[in-house]
Write a protein that binds this ligand. Sequence first.
Ligand code: RB5
Length: 152
Amino acid sequence: MKIAVGSDHAGFELKKALVEYLGSTCHHVEDMGTGSGESVDYPDFAAVVGKAVAGGSADRGVLVCGTGIGMAISANKIRGVRAANCTDEYSAEMSRRHNDANILTLGSRVVTPEIGVRILKVWLGTEFEGGRHAKRVRKITGLENQNRHPDG
Ligand code: RB5
């Protein structure tokens, strides 16, 4: 699986730990920044990773900021993105099984690197259940289309 990863300055250290973990797996990792702890704006990185996932150049995305919340709010503005901010393994599992989340967001000020890696591991290892959940995910896509500007 090709995984695009991004963070702001607050998430930089946790991102490093996640990228290191992903490097030890069979996944292909693309680190899309930021590259240091210098202050940046999280929506810029949510946009890059979100577009990679929505456009199909990455299969999944992982975004890290202080809480994971700003990244989730930003990424979810991109059509086709279903970003889930997870603070525990159960939510990570359910975000895949029921919501087919294609981006995981994590908060570096909320989870330790060890817990972050555990959440990521569960999230990557869990398949979407489909069935009745597929209908609901299609309704999410329907909401994106309802809010579409008539000019596209
Ligand atoms: C940066 O201080 C912080 O606001 C950001 O990382 C994130 O937590 C926003 O949601």
